[in-house]
Each structure stands twice: as structure tokens, then as C-alpha cells.
Design a protein around this ligand. Sequence first.
Ligand SMILES: Nc1ncnc2c1ncn2[C@@H]1O[C@H](COP(=O)(O)OP(=O)(O)O)[C@@H](O)[C@H]1O
Ligand code: SF4
Ligand SMILES: [Mg+2]
Length: 335
Amino acid sequence: MARVLSVEDLSMEVELKRGSEFKGSKKVKIVKNVSFSLSRGETLGIVGESGSGKTTLLKALAMISPPSEGRIVLDGDVVFDKGKRTASLKSKVQMIFQDPDSSLNPTMKVKDIVAEPLRPLKYEKAVVAEKVSTALDDVGLSGKFAENYPSQLSGGQKQRVSIARAIAPSPALLLLDEPTSALDAAVQAQVLNLLKDLQRKLNLAYILVTHNIFVARYLSDRLGVFYTGEVKELGPTESVLVDPLHPYTWTLLSAFPVPDPDRRSLLNTEVIGEAPSIITPPSGCTFHPRCLYVKEKCESEKPELKEYSANHTAACHFALEIQNSRKQQQQRAAM
Ligand SMILES: Nc1ncnc2c1ncn2[C@@H]1O[C@H](COP(=O)(O)OP(=O)(O)O)[C@@H](O)[C@H]1O
Ligand code: SF4
Ligand SMILES: [Mg+2]
């Protein structure tokens, strides 16, 4: 499979203004040393609590707010290296946001919204019209919608317009930020099916941020678990859901303590109290204040991501021991 994206040691720093804790301004890393790669036609799912930096990561990849460190190779071009943009993204990356109401300009017609990302590519008018019409066809919106304004459309139709806008410039990669969480269940299923069909037809790579295990499982080949701006676990979706390695992943899934991932629905993020601040994360392993298995070492030593089985990595000093003990617990519960 052709490699479409390679991300090495990507970090994102933000500047905080004077607050109660410090004088003047201060730079804080909120996305920390993220590395992964993605091939054509592949989906990487990302799950994690709200405030863990998922949107910030996607915006860094789309250069909406460029990262501060690391290296990004997109479709063979080094587009970011050593703190600097090194080449244009050439519209190869497009992002779809959670809420189409705030991402679609209400004063523009559908056809103009879909044409927007084509502008930098400087096509002739007729070519733009053709591409807009193809994109609308691809998302199942017939020609008559082209003259509508967003307010004349349903939630599902609006999200289809966002998808049409994203695919119009023939990108290689779509960044999907909770693309269906503002939709009701029936419409959500239609949009997910559409995304799956488009991926196959256009050979797109996806990075999908979601709170929903069903959504993650339905679309993702690999799944990453994000916490305090860091990847805590990354692996083939089935391995992560069936054989989690990190205690945080176990916790997210623990509302449904059964081995069968079909019976685990939404991520359970309520059981362990407030997530720590991404701006002032705990020392050592950032999960340690909430971890049931915490030991002294966890408070001072940051665990590195390590590979435990084929392409399945986790950042926990005691991943294997904990996995064994959780599995034994599950087996006893199932007896
Ligand atoms: N430019 C910024 N300045 C200061 N803090 C920021 C900035 N961008 C993001 N943050 C902090 O990072 C946190 C994580 O943001 P976000 O990426 O939206 O998380 P998620 O999408 O996982 O919910 C926010 O809650 C905020 O505290
Ligand atoms: S390193 Fe320690 S605190 Fe962190 S997840 Fe593993 S056991 Fe828990
Ligand atoms: Mg977000």
C-alpha cells in the first residue's frame, strides 16, 4: 500500500498569556511527540476524552495551526520539517468538522461552498463546475441542492456538503473530527456508510476522531488512544479493543467488561473523574493519578511507547502484567 502520510515526533506548542501561575507568557506543549504513518485507503481512528488534544492534532496536520516541531511527509513531499513549513499541501489534506452549522458559511450557496477549496488550484470555471457537480453526486446530493443555502438543508445533508467540499479538490487524506456526533443515529449510519464507500471509491486515507467505539470499529483499521496530548496506545483496531495494553484503554472500555467488542458501545469516560489539564499534566506517566495500577516509578518516569505485539504499541511500564491480570479477571467473570 502506498504511504500517504508519515508523521515523526510531531509536537504543538501554544503560548499561554499571563495567568495566576506565572508571569508574562509561557510556552506549553499540548501535543507531544506524536509519530505514526498512514497508507492510501487506510483509516486511523483516534479516541480519547474531550480536552486531550485530538482537534489540535488534526489542525496541526492540516496546517490550520501549524505544529511547532517534528516532520510531516505527505504523499512523498516533506511539507513540514524542523519547525517550518517546507512545501504546500496542494489541497491534499482536507478536514471535516463535527458541526456543519459552524463550518458552512450560511451566506453562501452549496455550489460555492464546495468550490471554495478549489480556488487555490486555479482551475478554469468550467472545470470547477464539473468538479463541484461530481463531488455533490459522490455524496448523494443531486444537482438541485447546488443552488440551496445551508439553512435549507437537514443536518445530514449539511454534513454531506462538508464531505463534498472536502473531496472536491481530490485530496489524499481526510481528517474527520467527530464527523457524525452531531447527527441522530439513523443519519449517522448513512453518513458512515457514505464515508466508507467514498474511501473505497477514491482510495482515501482517513484520520477519524470519535467518541464512539462502534464508529471507530466500523471505519478504523488501526486505533490510537490519546491522553494529555500523547499517544498512549496504538495498534490494529481489533487488538486494541479485544486485547488492550494500557490501563487507560481498559478504563475507557470498562463500562462493558466483556471480551466481545460488539457489546461495548460508547467510551466510558465517566468512571474515573476529571481528566487532567493538558497544560499542566501530571509528572511521569500522565495517567498515574487515575491509574489503578500505579507504582512509585510511574510518578517519576515517563513510559515510552513500546511494541508488544505486531504493530501494537503502548506507553505503560507494566502493560503486559496488567493485560494478563485484566484478562484473567475477564475469564473469571465469564465463567
Ligand atoms: N491555542 C491554545 N492556547 C491555549 N490552550 C489551548 C490552545 N489550543 C488548545 N488548547 C488547550 O488544549 C486543550 C485540548 O484541545 P482540543 O484539541 O480541542 O482537545 P479535544 O479535541 O481532544 O477535545 C483545550 O482544552 C485547551 O485547554
Ligand atoms: S505507567 Fe504506571 S501509572 Fe502509567 S498506566 Fe502504566 S501502571 Fe498506570
Ligand atoms: Mg475536539
